[in-house]
Design a protein around this ligand. Structure first.
Ligand code: ADP
Ligand code: MG
Length: 678
């Protein structure tokens, strides 16, 4: 059985098992599907085409008996002359005295090693008797841990293929294989490890790319379907007239994109299935307005709504802006960690007896002590900071509200359909009319003086500025030191006219709030900060955003930071201080100055940095594919997505012999099992 532990494979002892486990290889199947990350080509080339000092493979006839000399302790050198084309080439092999017996005058032999053009000599790392064509010219190269050699790994995988290859079953149905001309599974597996040619390798890769994408998409879409069909549905009969009245009270008309997203959300809410939707929209695109309407909808249906955000400051801002929008229409309460004692008790009571219509808060919202009366809708702002566990907590409390996730991080389409394949997605891809795009400039670090003067001018006009301090990767401590230093410098520079504030992650909650409040009140004109201001805080009077070491940030993150300004009527500016080394870095800075479209930036970011980096290091959620590449193989991904949708819609998986292997493979997945048992 392929699912048996890898220790069943011949030659895999305890020690090796441990190492393989570290590589993520637990079963025989894992070993067989541990694909090479590249291949060594042992292509025999004419001597004139070989490059000095580089790896080469040549084939020739051994002239005369090889000579073996020993030197030092246990060290040996085997030297022989090969007739290659019309040349005599010297081949040298170290510490392989045993080869002397195997290689004889007149043999044809293929050797690979480092080529010395001047001396017509090759230092052999690998040799095989016979001609190159008769052997496997393309060798797999696996990524390894120190305690296992390449040779051993090749041997083990070959062993597994030979002993268990027969058990590999086709999982794709015939009609798909035919329409995409995909090679059969076990044959393709051999080709992945020991390709007979580049052409066959390409086909094998194509097959596994598609397989991987299809399996992934099927899992995601099945999950989505199961979640939808979950029994305790949530049908919210909201009052349309009241909603219309509420929307009409806004001082602006909703954009087309807002209307479309709202319609999608309301449709979910009205339907019996539970909403699991992601609302994406650039900073300032008007997500909060849409969220407010959705919250009102749940209230008119007789329920409570909750808005959950990552930080206390944000909770307060949302609380205030919702209060402004709703006036006396509904009762809104705030629940964060710093609301304590009597006040907290009172708030909790209001939540319990449904005096509270809307509850705004941080993660405190889902703690045990919080008992909702009738929770109809939960809106989670900045989705990627709210994990699966929190969702589970709600579920475990017996709550099955509609859930709307909001994010201001524009997610490239490719990632959205993979990372969030189990959610429905609405996109606000249009800005309210009349917004002035933030003017963005890229300058060198030594221009700081001019930048400071520029800030001076803006402050003289009554505006404010953010300065994001240099970023030290992976070190909070140094980040903060940098912020502190910079704060000191700017304070000295601007004394006594301009007041400079400091904000960083190590400040206590109250200190942060105080600083932020001072900035909101314009008691502070220049705010030096680490990237903690990234999320959500709204100070429309700020018109300048200066970012140190801009080359170290992802485009999406720069865009988020830039989104802190340009929120009022005045023209705003973003100044990137950066000295990128490579072309890619320069290109990224150029892109930032040229576009303010978050979606375009996110696509560019993905192209330039790859999917792994997209959400930053701590961010998982983005699947890792073994063979396929979300960016390169985008078309295959799209095809797989469509096929998966078709398969699920027409219930093909439920029946039919041709799907049985795939079905089995899918339901080995833990998340799917969890959802079925739910
Ligand atoms: P987001 O939450 O997406 O960052 P907000 O909902 O906070 O955006 O909206 C940003 C600003 O734009 C707010 O001041 C809001 O009142 C305003 N706004 C929202 N929608 C519109 C619209 N359709 N037309 C004009 N202004 C709008
Ligand atoms: Mg917002």
């Amino acid at each position: 059985m392929l699912t048996q532990p890898v220790s069943e494979v011949n030659g895999v002892g305890e020690k090796v098992t441990e190492t393989l486990n570290e590589l993520g290889i637990y079963t025989i199947e894992d070993l067989m599907f541990y694909f090479p990350y590249r291949y060594d080509t042992y292509e025999v080339k004419p001597l004139t085409e070989l490059v000095h000092d580089e790896k080469a493979t040549i084939e020739g006839e051994v002239i005369g008996e090889p000579s073996l000399t020993f030197y030092g302790r246990k060290k040996s050198r085997l030297t022989m002359t090969l007739q290659v084309e019309q040349f005599a080439v010297k081949a040298v092999m170290f510490n392989r005295a045993f080869a002397k017996k195997q290689i004889n005058s007149g043999d044809i032999i293929t050797v690979t090693g480092k080529w010395d053009q001047h001396r017509l000599q090759i230092t052999v790392s690998q040799y095989k008797k016979g001609r190159a064509e008769a052997q496997n010219p393309i060798q797999p190269v696996y990524s390894l841990k120190e305690s296992i050699t390449m040779k051993k790994m090749r041997k083990l995988i070959l062993q597994a293929l030979e002993d268990y290859g027969e058990e590999i079953r086709e999982i794709l149905p015939e009609h798909l294989m035919e329409s995409y001309k995909l090679p059969e599974r076990s044959a393709a597996l051999w080709q992945m490890h020991y390709p007979e040619s580049r052409e066959l390798l390409k086909h094998a890769r194509r097959r596994f790319t598609y397989e991987e994408f299809l399996v992934f998409q099927l899992k995601m879409q099945l999950l989505r379907k199961l979640k939808r069909e979950a029994t305790e549905g949530n049908l919210q009969a909201y009052d349309n007239d009241k909603l219309t009245e509420f929307v009409d009270s806004f001082p602006f008309e909703l954009t087309k994109a807002q209307k479309k997203s709202l319609a999608e959300i309301l449709k979910d809410m009205k339907s019996p299935h539970r909403m699991n939707r992601l609302l994406q929209g650039d900073v300032g695109s008007g997500k909060t307005a849409v969220a407010a309407i959705a919250l009102y909808a749940t209230i008119t249906a007789g329920n409570q709504g909750a808005l959950m955000v990552p930080t206390e400051i944000l909770a307060e801002q949302h609380y205030e802006s919702l209060q402004q929008m709703f006036g006396d229409l509904v009762n809104i309460v705030l629940l964060t960690g710093s609301i304590k004692g009597k006040h907290r008790k009172a708030v909790l009571e209001e939540i319990r007896n449904q005096e509270a219509d809307i509850i705004v808060g941080t993660h405190a919202l889902i703690q045990d002590e919080v008992v909702f009366s009738k929770l109809g809708l939960v809106i989670v702002d900045e989705q990627h900071r709210f994990g699966v566990n929190q969702r589970r907590t709600l579920r475990d409390k017996g709550l099955h509200p509609d859930v709307l996730f909001m994010t201001a991080t524009p997610i490239p389409r490719t990632l959205a359909i993979t990372a969030f394949g189990d959610m429905d997605v609405s996109v606000i891809d249009e800005m309210p009319a009349g917004r002035k795009p933030v003017e963005t400039y890229w300058v060198k670090g030594d221009m700081m003086d001019r930048v400071l003067q520029f800030i001076n001018k803006e402050v003289a006009r009554g505006h404010q500025a953010y300065v994001i301090s240099p970023l030290i990767e992976e070190s909070d401590k140094l980040d903060i030191q940098n912020a502190v230093d910079l704060h000191h410098q700017l304070q000295t520079y601007y004394e006594p006219d301009i007041s400079v504030g400091l904000m960083h992650g190590r400040l206590h909650q109250e200190e942060k709030e105080e600083v932020m409040q001072q900035f909101v009140d314009n008691d502070i004109q220049v705010l030096v900060s680490t990237t903690v201001v990234e999320v959500g805080v709204n100070v429309p009077n700020a018109t300048v955003m200066v970012i140190y070491d801009a080359e170290r940030f992802g485009l999406s993150q720069l865009h988020q930071l830039r989104g802190r300004v340009g929120r009022g009527d005045a023209q705003s500016y973003c100044i990137l201080l950066a000295e990128p080394k490579g072309e890619i870095g320069k290109e990224r800075m150029r892109i930032m100055t040229e576009t303010t479209d978050g979606f375009e930036l996110s696509e560019q970011d993905l192209q330039l940095r790859g999917p792994g980096d997209f959400f930053g290091k701590k961010q998982s959620g983005v699947p890792e594919f073994k063979v396929g590449d979300m960016v390169h193989d985008y078309r295959a991904l799209e095809t797989a997505r469509k096929d998966a949708a078709d398969i699920i819609e027409t219930n093909q998986l439920d029946t039919g012999e041709s799907w049985s292997s795939l079905r089995e493979l899918l339901f080995r997945d833990e998340a799917l099992q969890g959802e079925i048992l739910d």
